[in-house]
Design a binder for this molecule. Sequence first.
Ligand code: FMN
Length: 165
Amino acid sequence: MLDLQKLSLAINNTFEVLPAPGLLLLSDDGNKKNLITIGWLQFGNLWGKWTVNVFIRQSRHSFKILNNSEYFSLNILEPQKYNNQITLCAQKSGQTYDKIKESGLTIIENEKIATIAEAQTTFECKILNKTILDKACLAPDLFNKFYSNEDFHQLITAEILSVKI
Ligand SMILES: Cc1cc2nc3c(=O)[nH]c(=O)nc-3n(C[C@H](O)[C@H](O)[C@H](O)COP(=O)(O)O)c2cc1C
């Protein structure tokens, strides 16, 4: 059962870090793990569950891994202390680079969902739905500003199964 008091604190911690880069999504398809710095997310309640929406562009290596995954974790790191790791995960692609090894971050292998030991706050998430944003449904100014190269985000809605603070 999700502890709502902890969830509230964890969401608060997330908003204290944003908009500075400080969120790492750890994906794991059973064969390979990858880290990506993300900045766009929404918390809410959907289908009777506490959920988070994240937005991953189709060009990302994380997109491929997440398409073969049931779970991921969201990890909030102190932006100043972990600036090098956060930058690395935003600049290198897991396609050609082992960001887990190079970042030196410690992965905790939990039963289902791997997390980052150095994170001050962690959300363990179960994927519920994936939807690629559609040009026909987007306001034209958003298409022009964010998607003129047609590299649309995939909106991933996930249930928050547990939080660690
Ligand atoms: C502050 C910041 C926020 C970012 N947010 C996102 C995001 O929400 N979604 C996304 O797809 N890429 C985002 N990126 C870009 C990815 O972190 C970057 O392209 C990364 O190298 C992709 O890694 P991958 O190919 O291993 O998945 C962000 C980058 C920065 C610097």
